[in-house]
Design a protein. Structure first.
Lengths: 162, 190
């Protein structure tokens, strides 16, 4: 990042355009609304500090995913026992006309059964990130990402049928 | 719900912007006032203060102990302990500084956080053991000069400190277990 003004401009853009994406990720890791807010704050604070070294080598959305997932996974482990998405609060997230609120609740129920690392992989897959991007964020080799994704998908299908 | 439906639902959901507005406003204000702090920067600040305290204690001990008629051996022991703490605190500070969630992969972040927590746990154990020895010797010298009052103060302080230390230890152990589990999960299939 060249100047402080450019950094502030990019941060503004991130808040406006990528805020909802960061919020979706925080929602999957926070145990309640309070934690979700804290996580969002912490992710964005890390993003602001990290922007100083951002050179644009990676896509902005991939770089943000890395910052947010790392923050979420390393931040709130003390409440691991309660590490469940508050499904009843899922109505706070709005779906467009093509999805029903029940679908949203079901989606959160399924994803909340996964481990933190599995959540990270599936969220990026759901957001159409390539295997290379998932591999870059997680640090797993591409083949490992592919096999993990296969397993996570079958786990989700099984959970969906149960 | 099949996987296509899941993908469609994920992509169709959107956060209500009004929910984030207040938080974004607050973040913009913090940026304007140059007051953006992360948990990592706060922890780094804590360790900076610990480092300063342990360094400042060295001249304090060297100046104050002889006036209190405290044995030279005890004084040297205190100075060495403070110097050791200063080194340990600066090492932990460097470890925290190296963790950058925007630059490293999930695997790397997890392994560094695990290493950091384990190091902090080891340092805490070593410093607690050293503190018990140093403080016992210190209170023994007080007991020799002041009688029972100094000894009683030492015992009460030791019990309170011990309980607080053990509670913290249980918390840290749980944290380390959770990080280890995540790291093992991230390393699966290699």
């Amino acid at each position: 990042m060249n100047t402080e003004t450019q950094r502030k401009q990019l941060f503004d853009t991130i808040l406006a355009e990528y805020g909802p994406m960061v919020d979706k990720v925080c929602y999957m890791y926070g145990a309640d609304e309070e934690q979700r807010k804290d996580l969002y704050q912490e992710c964005m604070a890390n993003v602001w500090q990290g922007l100083r070294n951002f050179r644009g080598d990676a896509k902005l959305s991939t770089w943000l995913y890395r910052a947010c997932i790392n923050t979420c996974i390393t931040c709130y482990r003390r409440t691991r026992k309660e590490d469940v998405v508050p499904i009843d609060n899922a109505v706070q997230l709005a779906a467009d006309e093509s999805s029903r609120p029940d679908d949203l609740k079901e989606m959160y129920r399924l994803i909340s059964c996964l481990t933190p690392v599995e959540k990270a992989i599936i969220m990026m897959w759901l957001d159409e990130k390539s295997y290379d991007e998932i591999s870059e964020v997680t640090g797993m080799p591409r083949n490992t990402v592919a096999s993990r994704l296969r397993r996570i998908k079958s786990k989700l299908v099984e959970l969906g049928n149960s | 719900m099949d996987l296509d439906e899941l993908k469609r639902t994920w992509q169709s959901q959107s956060t209500r912007i009004d929910r984030l507005e207040a938080q974004n406003r607050e973040l913009r204000r913090c940026v304007r006032e140059n007051k953006v702090y992360t948990k990592r920067s706060k922890l780094m600040r804590t360790y900076t203060w610990l480092l300063i305290t342990s360094v400042v204690m060295i001249p304090f001990v060297l100046l104050a102990f002889p006036t209190l008629d405290i044995d030279m051996g005890v004084t040297i022991m205190f100075v060495v302990t403070m110097a050791g703490l200063a080194i340990a605190n600066s090492y932990v500070y460097m470890l925290i500084k190296k963790i950058d969630p925007t630059e490293m992969s999930v695997r790397e972040a997890l392994s560094r956080v695990l290493y950091l927590d384990r190091t902090r746990q080891r340092i805490r154990w070593v410093s607690m053991t050293v503190a018990v020895v140093v403080v016992s010797i210190f209170f023994y010298t007080l007991y020799q000069s002041d009688g029972h009052a100094g000894l009683l103060g030492g015992i009460v302080g030791g019990i309170v400190g011990g309980i607080l230390g053990l509670r913290k230890e249980a918390e840290i152990k749980a944290t380390i277990r959770a990080i280890k589990a995540d790291l093992e999960d991230a390393l699966q299939d290699d």
